[in-house]
Design a binder for this molecule. Structure first.
Ligand SMILES: NC(=O)c1ccc[n+]([C@@H]2O[C@H](COP(=O)([O-])OP(=O)(O)OC[C@H]3O[C@@H](n4cnc5c(N)ncnc54)[C@H](OP(=O)(O)O)[C@@H]3O)[C@@H](O)[C@H]2O)c1
Length: 343
């Protein structure tokens, strides 16, 4: 025999889709590790996060990646080389895997006193909530804020951050009694059911709303617009489309109202801004002034069940994937795993 034996490329486990569709499309497979490149870092992932946009990606409705694809937009783990604990956002997916190749500019170190779970729950959804409230919503102390899907990943952080930023009154919308109790526990002054036929009137109590942060769209968004106080802003972080989401300038001028649309990508485009927001969120977490709720941690082969739970509106707070663990039967994959220290 002559020549050196070929070195097998490093492999990892990942949740992969081979076609767009429902949660049943996820397969847990052994695939090649991604390679590093200029301006990029390899991360040995401990936890990956779920975001609502992942559901749209999986269905082929948003950011269609080449197939087969690994979805997942946020991770926490150890950076290859210096083994520092880092969290990263991934613009092109790849998160539901044991190794990711992340943009250096979107990778931040996680400080002591902030757990992996908290860091991951805060980075994407926290930056969305904070960016929406401050950069675009321009929330001023004393203003009245309402937040839709207030028990959700973005929403439960937006409620706490609105309080932190000095909002005068915070109203949270959530679809079940359990969710509303949770939103109250976050410091909301009032909670409302988005299905309440009197929603606009109830939102309009106490003088109306100065900043309505909406991730639901449709009729709820319309109620928010109707409830705005003069000079109020309707801020959309997630729209569903449809006729209710069209406005005339005359209609807005009648109420001295503004409609705004927020996209996190623009915050991510500014490395300094992103790093500053992440640092601020982590500091709040260290001081326990911002606490993310971990809804559940599922193993890698529990991604499908986690997607089902999120689209079924069952989740409160952040859903995490422990990419180093597999249940192999899919059953335990869907069970919530309580974590001490988290709400
Ligand atoms: N603009 C951006 O850059 C940006 C960045 C991140 C996230 N987002 C958006 O922010 C929103 C929240 O994201 P997230 O990851 O934190 O998700 P999430 O809020 O944890 O989950 C979605 C929640 O939306 C509510 N909802 C209302 N109508 C629904 C429906 N028909 N089907 C399913 N859920 C419905 C549910 O709460 P209730 O049952 O209480 O109604 C559900 O729990 C999403 O729209 C997401 O796309 C936008």
């Amino acid at each position: 025999m002559t020549g050196a034996a070929a070195v097998a490329p490093p492999v990892m486990r990942a949740a992969v889709i081979h076609r767009y569709g429902g949660p049943e499309e996820f397969r847990t497979e052994t695939v090649p590790e991604p390679g590093a490149g200029p301006g990029r870092v390899l991360i040995d992932v401990t936890l990956a996060g779920l975001n609502y946009a992942d559901l749209h990606c999986r269905a082929g409705e948003y950011q269609r990646h080449p197939l087969p694809a690994v979805l997942g937009a946020d991770v926490v783990g150890r950076r290859r080389g210096d083994r520092r604990r880092v969290a990263a956002l991934l613009r092109k997916g790849g998160g539901y895997a044991q190794v990711v190749c992340a943009e250096e500019a979107l990778t931040v170190e996680v400080p002591d006193g902030v757990s992996d779970e908290q860091a991951l729950a805060l980075l994407e959804q926290g930056a969305t909530a904070y960016g929406a409230l401050t950069l675009l919503g321009r929330l001023r102390p004393g203003e009245r804020v309402a937040v839709t899907a207030a028990a959700g990943g973005v929403g439960h952080l937006a409620v706490q951050l609105a309080r932190e930023l000095g909002a005068g009154r915070v109203v949270g919308l959530a679809s079940t009694v359990t969710k509303r109790e949770f939103v109250r526990s976050l410091g909301a002054d009032a909670v409302l059911d988005p299905a309440d036929p009197q929603l606009a009137a109830r939102l309009g109590e106490s003088g109306g709303v100065d900043l309505f942060v909406d991730s639901v769209g449709g009729a709820v968004l319309r109620s928010g617009l109707a409830a705005l106080a003069p000079f109020g802003r309707l801020l959309c972080v997630g729209a569903r489309g449809g006729p209710e989401e069209s406005f005339s300038v005359a209609e807005l001028a009648d109420g001295s109202a503004g409609v705004l649309g927020f996209w996190l990508q623009h915050l991510l485009d500014d490395r300094t801004l992103f790093a500053g927001v992440a640092e601020h969120l982590f500091r709040l977490a260290q001081e326990r002034r911002l606490v993310a709720r971990i809804d559940r941690v599922v193993p890698l082969d529990g991604v499908a069940g986690a997607h089902r739970a999120m689209s079924g509106r069952e989740t409160m707070g952040k859903v995490l994937v422990d990419v180093r663990r597999e249940s192999r039967d899919g059953a335990t994959a869907q069970k919530p795993v309580p974590r001490t220290g988290d709400r």
